[in-house]
Design a protein around this ligand. Structure first.
Ligand code: RRO
Length: 306
C-alpha cells in the first residue's frame, strides 16, 4: 500500500506536509514552470503589505558557509496589485494557498487581511510578526507577547479562515510568544523565521548587505529550529508548521517527530527548485520502510531520553 502523506491543519486538508516558505518563490509563477504546483501541499507567498515596496538596495542576499543571509526589506507588489494580478494565477493552482502578510502597524495588518478575506482562493493567512529586516513592525510585534496577542486578536476579527502566526527565533522565549499567539486566537503556529546575522567583506570592510545585517536561513539554523519546534510543541496545543533549513525527507521526519504537522521549505528551493517533489517521493519510501501507513504517525513521536 502507498503510504498516505495527507495532513489536516485547522480543518484544511493538505495533500502532503510540504509547503514553500514565504519569500522563497515569490507568488509561485516561476516555480510553476519547473513543476506542477499540485505536487506541493501548499504554497506560501512572499509577504504582502498594504502598499507596494521596493525593499532594500542590492546586494540584499549573501551566501555563508552553511546558510544564506537576506535583507530583502519586504519587497512586494502591495495588496491591491496582488489581488488583481497574482490571485487569478494562484486560484488556478491545485494546491492550498497561504498568503503571508506583513505590516508596520496593527491597522495595516487588519486592512490587508480584511481585503484578503474577500478572496475566495486564499485558504489561510500567515501573519508575519517576525521580519528581521524592517525598522517598524515585523519583529517588533513578534518579540513582545502583548503586541503578538493584540495583533492576532485584531486580525481574527476581519479574517474568517485559519490564521497562522509566524514566529521569530530572535526572542528570549519563543514559548512565551507562542502562548501569546494562542491566547490571541491564532489557529496555527509556524516557526522559525530567520535569525539575525551579518557578514563582512574583508576587502572593502563593508557589510555584504546594504542593510548591514540580515536574516540567516538554511542548514545552519535547522538544529535551532528543531529545538524551538520541540519546545513549542511541549507547551502549546496549536498545530505547528516547522521551518528552518529543511532540504531532505530526513529533515522533514525530524521536524514531524519534534511535533510539526507540516513544514515549509525555503533556502533549499534556491539550490534545487523542484526539491519538494523529491522529498515527497523519499518520504513515501521512508514510511514504507518503517511500515507506516500515514505520515501523521510521526507527529510528536520523538523518543526522548528520561
Ligand atoms: O523581506 C525580508 O527581508 C524578509 C522577511 Br519579510 C522575513 O520575514 N524574513 C526574512 O528573512 N526576510
Amino acid at each position: 500500500m502507498t503510504p498516505d502523506l495527507k495532513v489536516v491543519i485547522a480543518g484544511v486538508e493538505f495533500s502532503n506536509p510540504l509547503m514553500t516558505a514565504s519569500g522563497c518563490c515569490g507568488y509561485g509563477e516561476e516555480l510553476s514552470e519547473i513543476f506542477p504546483l499540485s505536487k506541493l501541499g501548499g504554497l506560501v507567498t512572499k509577504s504582502i503589505t498594504l502598499h507596494p515596496r521596493l525593499g532594500h538596495p542590492t546586494p540584499r542576499t549573501a551566501e555563508t558557509s552553511c546558510g544564506m543571509l537576506n535583507a530583502i526589506g519586504l519587497a512586494n507588489v502591495g495588496v491591491d496589485k496582488f489581488i488583481a494580478e497574482k490571485i487569478p494565477f494562484l486560484a488556478r493552482q491545485k494546491t492550498k494557498i497561504i498568503v503571508n502578510v506583513a505590516g508596520s502597524t496593527i491597522k495595516e495588518y487588519v486592512e490587508v487581511c480584511a481585503r484578503l478575506n474577500d478572496c475566495e482562493p486564499i485558504d489561510m493567512v500567515e501573519l508575519n510578526i517576525s521580519c528581521p529586516n524592517v525598522d517598524e513592525g515585523g519583529m517588533e510585534f513578534g518579540a513582545d507577547p502583548k503586541m503578538t496577542e493584540k495583533s492576532i486578536r485584531a486580525v481574527k476579527k476581519v479574517f474568517q479562515r485559519p490564521l497562522i502566526a509566524k514566529l521569530s527565533p530572535n526572542v528570549t522565549s519563543i514559548v512565551e510568544i507562542a502562548q501569546a499567539a494562542e491566547q490571541g486566537g491564532a489557529d496555527v503556529l509556524s516557526l522559525i523565521n530567520s535569525l539575525v546575522g551579518t557578514a563582512i567583506d574583508i576587502d572593502t570592510w563593508q557589510p555584504r548587505l546594504t542593510n548591514n545585517k540580515g536574516g540567516l536561513t538554511g542548514p545552519a539554523i535547522k538544529p535551532i529550529a528543531l529545538a524551538m519546534v520541540d519546545a513549542v510543541y511541549s507547551h502549546c496545543k496549536l498545530p505547528i508548521i516547522g521551518i528552518g533549513g529543511i532540504a531532505s525527507a530526513a529533515d522533514v521526519v525530524e521536524f514531524m517527530l519534534c511535533g510539526a504537522t507540516a513544514v515549509e521549505i525555503g533556502t533549499a528551493l534556491f539550490i534545487q527548485p523542484d526539491i519538494p517533489v523529491k522529498i515527497a517521493k523519499d518520504l513515501k519510501t521512508y514510511l514504507k520502510d518503517k511500515k507506516l501507513t500515514s505520515i501523521t504517525n510521526l507527529i510528536g513521536k520523538v523518543r526522548k531520553y528520561k
